[in-house]
Each structure stands twice: as C-alpha cells, then as structure tokens.
Design a protein around this ligand. Sequence first.
Ligand SMILES: [Mn+2]
Length: 327
Amino acid sequence: MSYANVGKIVDESQHIVVLQADNPDGDSVGSSLALEAILSEMGKQVTLVCAIDIPAHLKYLSGWDRIQRDVPNSFDATIIVDNSTEALFEIIEGRESFAWIKTKPVIVIDHHTTSNGLSFATESIVEPVVATSELLYKIASELEWPLPTDACDMMAVSIMSDSLGLTTDATTADSFRVMAKLVERGADIAKLDAARREMGKKEPELLPYKGELLRRVEFSVNGKLASITIPWKEIEKYSPIYNPTMLVIDDMRSTIGVVVAIGYKVYSDGKITAKIRCNYGTPVADALASHFGGGGHPYAAGFKILDGTPIVDIKRQVEEKLEELLA
Ligand SMILES: [Mn+2]
C-alpha cells in the first residue's frame, strides 16, 4: 500500500465515486464530503454514493443531500471510505451497478484494522487512527492535495464523531495535532457543534417512547450487560425519525455496574442486528462482534444475523460469549 499509488489513481481519473458502506455515520459522511471538497478543488467531478438514507441526525452537514443511492453510469475510479469489509456492502452489492465499481480502480481509505479487506481493492490504505479523516488528512498532506475550508470542516466532523469529541481510547496526540491543523485552516468547531445540536433536537413523540424503552432494558451477566430489543413494528414506526437504539444506549452504559450495552433490532424477515458499545476499560466489542461474524472497534462494534436464529438464542449466546471474554 502506498499513498503515491492513491495520488496516481486520482491524477489519472476525471470522475470519481466516493462510496460509503451501508451504515453511514458521522465519520463516513464527513470524510465523503471532505473528499468531495478536495477533489472538486482539484477539478474532478465527484459523485457521492451510499446505498441507504443518511441518518436524520447527520443532515446538519451541508452537502449531505448530494449523496445519492446509486452508482453513476460512467466514472473512472472509486474511493471507499471508512469500510474495508464486504459484509457492509450487502445492499449495494445486490445492485447491478455495483459490478461496475469492480471493473475500475478502487481505493480504500479506512481505519478498521481488524477487518479482512476488500478483495476488489486496487489500493488499500488502512491505518489504526481514530477516524477515517485523520488518515485522509495524512494522505492529503503527503500528496499536497488542496484543503479548502469546507474540507477542513468535514474532516473535523469526521474526527470529532468517531473520537466522541477526542475522548476515546483510540484518540492519540496525532488526532489532536490533525484537529489543530484543521482549526488553523479554518474549521469552525463551535459553528459545527451548534448546527449539530440544533439538528439533534428530537420529535416530541420520541420522549414517551424513550421512557418505554428504558423500562424494557434487560440486565444480565451479573448486571454487566444491559440490552434492549427493538421489534420490527417499532423500527418501522420510529426509525424514520430516530434510531431507537441510540435513544437509550448511553443511559444503558451510564448505569452503575454495566460495562457493555447492546441494542438488538429484529426485522420483519427475521434478520437481527446488534449494536455493541463498551465502557472504558472493557474493550471487548470487536471480539464479541467477530464471534458472530461482525466487526468494529474495541469499544464500538456490531454484527448481523441472517440465518433466522431466534433472538432469544442470540441473546443467550451473546451472554455466554461475553462471560467468557470478561473472565
Ligand atoms: Mn469510522
């Protein structure tokens, strides 16, 4: 892997697709918009693609509405951000247009060092930094790419998002250094945070629903695991306005004795997804997720069950595995 190859592919391409996985977050959206600003400044045509809708809480990021669902008909290369596992291209993989991506150069810029990598990547830059944009900043600096203020704002969003405001274990002195350089170049953290808070305000109907969810939180593994299960009828009703799990997962983690919080979603077709969040000092999220075919980071990870195993069995297996990991 080399930054120079990334520079070469970009130099030789006119129209570049910037692709996110099927689970867009502040890091992937911020990094995509930052790349769009950088590449546009270089005179490139950029198409931003994500197979699923951008979550409502990220719609304060100017430009989110330029992210389209599908791959364009013609383009020269793809840059995949914040993902290097094929499991997270489940939705877009089913589309015919996804095959076009594999026929052109594909650059991966990611910080998930435990994933297996993408078989169709031409050049993979995967380094254990706190957020994709910390790496993007390094690459852009090394290749002397332009860094317009818009790009600096979006890279700051990416880093602040995945580092939870520069507080996580994976945050390093380098993360702070990159943030300092972004602020020097014009990133306005106060303005971005005010916009985020404004967009973070919730619909009034979510307050009583949050109350219901809090009542349903289950404690197991001697009070170390807090879990919540969201059935399909609630996903259907509330997901368009807010991710139900995210309404309560921080309260679950903030409970005395709890070291791991998990939100399960059970879909109409029997598919189950699990979002895992661990408290500081218990970095087992990725190990737990990978036991079930998923992945992520030590403190935040997830997995998906597609074989129809009932939720009660999954919960029991998770408890057993967690007990083993905590031992
Ligand atoms: Mn990330």
